[in-house]
Design a protein around this ligand. Structure first.
Ligand SMILES: Cc1cc2nc3c(=O)[nH]c(=O)nc-3n(C[C@H](O)[C@H](O)[C@H](O)COP(=O)(O)OP(=O)(O)OC[C@H]3O[C@@H](n4cnc5c(N)ncnc54)[C@H](O)[C@@H]3O)c2cc1C
Length: 457
């Protein structure tokens, strides 16, 4: 059997390793148009901020490592240009030599990822404008920051990457402006939770410009000038474009594969409309298990899990991908924000009947030193009490609670289940009634008509 994989980072490298673990004899060729495979894209902002000090720590695997350890034919600097699904062959261009060649396959896995969106406004192509996706991207940014030339930076877009870049610039002593079109940071979160992040961003002296849009970028001898819709101009030596990503679907589209809402359409075995071609990662659409909606969620965990499902099915192990909850977490200065499942705004638009439960528990008992408060919001189905989604903002203990709530959403657990969960407890770590238990108990009191809940609006 011959397995070809397009894309050598999160999804592609996972798929290649899994395939080798399942079969010693299959021929595996991994094509990556860039110079690096299996690098830590999630760590890039922290390298710019000098939190991750050594560049080599970003390189989780090397082409040589994959070759030696897994006997995978890794072809970096090789761009897959097209797919002929009838002949079951791809056309590849070696970007170093310019030579083009064909390669046949029995199975093809596409994991081409998603590219940063760069809107076509004036000045978006200036040298001071950067995106953050690859090692060469961050090398350029880090080199300029290290040179001391970057005194002022503007980050456009306050999602995960924008927030991480803004924080890391501030860590380096750079005057940092964060510009966001919406009235809140972290668009997937509900605004009532995001406002706590606004305060923290301000405390860190990052200048937050909400409800603001960049209309163009100009340049003069002092540097670049970001022009905002409100008429305000911000001077900057460096601009980061982080307004979101677009799934890389061109290869699949040109091959005649079916495209979904935004990404490549697959079934739950990760097969595209052509069964010998599978697709995974940021480039594919997936189902939201809570609302049933189809969406594109660019996160590393789903890419790795889809890789497993795709390869299992190729090798005859029945496996299904059960959808993407969008469980995610981000560090925002001294706070952590995490979410899973549906937000209030998504639930409202999906027409579901639900109740929001807000609690403000401590991460561990108050009498043990260092306790800090979390803000928790958990959404429950009004009739069944099933957990539909959750968001937490706090200093400590956020990840542990969110992981439990992610399991609760996935397993369709109810308020009663949460209230009864037996979780580990000792004073430094939690409370005998853990934050998760308390959310369940509060919801139960409401669902049983014992207490009435009040929303903030
Ligand atoms: C700065 C940053 C921070 C992030 N932080 C987090 C985080 O904290 N948590 C989280 O869950 N996710 C995070 N992500 C998202 C996560 O990295 C992605 O969800 C994940 O990498 C997706 O894997 P993928 O295989 O689909 O795509 P990628 O990892 O992007 O890999 C796709 C690869 O395919 C190659 N390729 C594309 N087309 C071709 C072609 N035609 N021929 C050859 N090669 C091709 C590309 O060059 C690319 O290297 C972050 C992403 C970035 C950029």
């Amino acid at each position: 059997m011959k397995l070809l994989i397009v894309g050598g980072v999160a999804g592609g490298a996972s798929a290649a390793a899994r395939a080798r673990r399942l079969n010693e004899d299959v021929e595996i060729i991994l094509f990556e148009r860039g110079k690096y495979v299996s690098f830590a894209n999630c760590g890039l902002p922290y390298y710019a901020g000098d939190v991750i000090k050594k560049r080599k720590d970003l390189l989780v695997q090397t082409p040589e490592g994959l070759r030696e350890r897994f006997n995978i034919d890794v072809r970096v600097n090789n761009l897959v240009e097209s797919i002929d699904k009838d002949k079951k062959q791809i056309k590849v261009k070696d970007l170093k030599t310019g030579k083009e060649y064909n390669e046949e396959y029995d199975h093809l896995i596409l994991s081409p990822g998603a590219e940063p969106i760069v809107p076509p406004f004036e000045g978006a192509d200036l040298d001071c404008v950067h995106t953050v996706r690859t090692i060469p991207d961050i090398d350029k940014i880090k080199e300029e920051v290290d040179s001391g030339k970057v005194k002022k930076a503007v980050v456009i877009g306050a999602g995960f990457i924008g927030l991480e870049m803004a924080e890391n610039f501030r860590e380096r002593g750079i005057e940092t402006h964060l510009v966001e079109k919406m009235d809140q940071v972290m668009p997937p979160f509900d605004k009532d939770m995001a406002v706590m992040l606004h305060r923290e961003i301000g405390r860190k002296d990052i200048r937050l410009h909400l409800n603001e849009e960049v209309v163009s970028i100009g340049e003069d001898k002092r540097g670049c000038i970001v022009k905002l819709k409100s008429g305000r101009n911000i001077e900057a030596n460096m601009i980061i474009m982080a307004i979101g990503v677009r799934p890389e679907i061109d290869l699949a589209k040109d091959a005649g594969l079916e495209i979904g809402k935004r990404g490549i359409k697959t079934d739950n075995k990760m097969r595209t409309s052509e069964p010998s071609i599978l697709a995974i990662g940021d480039a594919v659409d997936s189902e939201d298990p809570v609302t049933g909606a189809v969406r594109n969620v660019p996160l590393a965990g789903p890419a790795a899990k889809q890789a497993l499902v795709a390869v299992n099915n190729i090798f005859g192990i029945e496996d299904k991908y059960e959808g993407t909850l969008g469980t995610s977490i981000v560090k925002v200065c001294n706070l952590t924000a995490a979410m899973t499942g549906a937000s209030e705004k998504i639930l409202k638009s999906s027409g579901k009947f639900f109740v929001n439960v807000y609690t403000h528990p401590a991460d561990h008992v108050g009498y043990y030193p260092g306790a800090t408060q979390m803000a928790m919001k958990v959404m429950f189905d009004t009739d069944s009490g099933v957990v539909l989604g959750a968001q937490i903002v706090g200093k400590n203990g956020v990840a542990r609670r969110m992981d439990i709530l992610a399991i609760a959403v996935k397993q369709k657990m109810t308020a009663k289940d949460l209230a009864e969960l037996e979780l580990c407890y000792a004073p430094p770590y939690g409370s005998s009634k853990d934050a998760v238990n308390l959310a369940g108990m509060t919801a139960l009191n409401h669902l049983r008509d014992i207490t009435r809940l009040v929303d903030w609006v």
